[in-house]
Design a protein around this ligand. Sequence first.
Ligand SMILES: [Cu+2]
Length: 204
Amino acid sequence: MKSTSCLLIISLVGLVLVQGLPSNRKLLAEELSITWMEGTPYAPLEIAVGDTVTWTWSMGSPHDVSTATAADSCTDLTPISGDPVEEGTYSQTFDTAGTYFFACSVGDHCDEADHAVSWKLGVTYPTLNIPSGDSVTWSWDGGVPHNVASAPGAGRCDDLQVLSDALSTEGNFSKTFDSAGTYYFACEVDVHCQDGMQITIQVS
Ligand SMILES: [Cu+2]
């Protein structure tokens, strides 16, 4: 199951479901709040007609609230909260039943990778188990150049095929895994692979 940062689905539940709620629930509109930040997988939020949702954010990185055309869709976002700001709040009252999709349109906040690997020397990477369809982003900085290469097997540093762009001291590389299997990666720079800069990704 792909979890997308900064993406939110609001399903509005109609009158029938409202009537099915416990009898002690007052039929008053509710106010729901969402803390809007990167790295949070948002579950669908079910609300009742008339409820108000308020997004708030204040973590230093600018965000906005935008409508999206479908779940996990980050291409066609329409900002509705104005220009991105570092500290913001946006409220919307839902008066019509339906399914609504929201995302942040800033940078790659919407389609941020599902799994992040901080790629460096001196780390023994445990096998990363992910479901198919998920993506992994390797990123590195700190002055030592690295790259990402596919390897023929666990612990193998021969026949590395570099996948990332030109060698750089600061970079990142993303890959989406659509097929189940076991995949091996290493850094091809100098003897980084021999020094243990390797990772196995198991896709189920
Ligand atoms: Cu390296």
